[in-house]
Write a protein that binds this ligand. Structure first.
Ligand code: G3P
Length: 215
């Protein structure tokens, strides 16, 4: 399973890029609004340090506007992927962009059928939002499982990108279900690395090594 960072914070991205595990980045207008830098400069810097898909979202509500915005965003870097919210207008835009050879990530997906429609419109990625589904008293990961099954049933190559991840269990479940990608905040990625038994183990090894060293 590929690991993406769900942030527009350059320091976090630069740090994780050195870990040897980062496959891509997802941003959205909310994440970009938290940063001080101009969004185009920021996206360009992210494209330079991460060799993988970088999602940037369009905000127009009509297909022509979405395509116009996308044409500008793809100039920022060759790895930019256009995030398009699911809607009839979004489907039209994703079809137009796909026909132009521009990759899209269908966002704000909350049902398996929305994901199927996005795939049919040519989306390269679909992003079910598990955390927000959980918040609304649905089981977000069930929707992910259904999308994975439907895509397997019909040999659909669109990648399932699990988004709105809030904790390590979402990541474990995504991997068990065979999702292609999990995108997560820096904090969750840090939590994935750590285990209390690892910390205790290192502490004990170091203490014992001191005894070896002193003879
Ligand atoms: O990138 C979109 C998604 O991951 C947002 O997550 O935490 O705002 O629901 P959240």
């Amino acid at each position: 399973m590929k690991i993406f960072l769900d942030t527009a914070n350059f320091e976090e991205i630069k740090e994780v890029a050195t870990w040897g595990i980062l496959d891509g980045v997802t941003t959205n207008p909310t994440l970009l609004s938290k940063e001080k830098e101009d969004y185009k400069t920021l996206l360009k810097k992210i494209c330079e340090v991460v060799d993988g898909p970088i999602s940037a979202e369009v905000v127009s509500l009509d297909p022509d506007g979405m395509v116009r915005e996308a044409s500008e965003l793809v100039k920022i870097g060759k790895n930019i992927v256009i995030k398009v919210p699911i809607s009839t207008e979004g489907l039209k835009a994703m079809r137009m962009l796909s026909d132009k050879g521009i990759k899209t990530n269908c966002t704000l997906v909350f049902s398996p059928i929305q994901a199927l429609l996005a795939a049919k419109a040519g989306a390269s990625f679909v992003s079910p939002f598990v955390g927000r589904l959980d918040d609304a008293s649905h089981i977000g990961m069930e929707i992910v499982g259904q999308i994975v099954t439907i895509f397997q049933n019909y040999d659909i190559s669109t990648e399932v990108l699990v988004a709105s991840i809030r904790n390590p269990l979402h990541v474990v479940d995504a991997a068990l279900m065979g999702a292609d990608i999990a995108t997560m905040p820096f904090k969750v990625l840090q939590q994935l690395v750590k285990h209390p038994l690892t910390d205790v183990g290192i502490k004990n090894f170091l203490a014992d090594w001191e005894k070896v060293r002193k003879g």
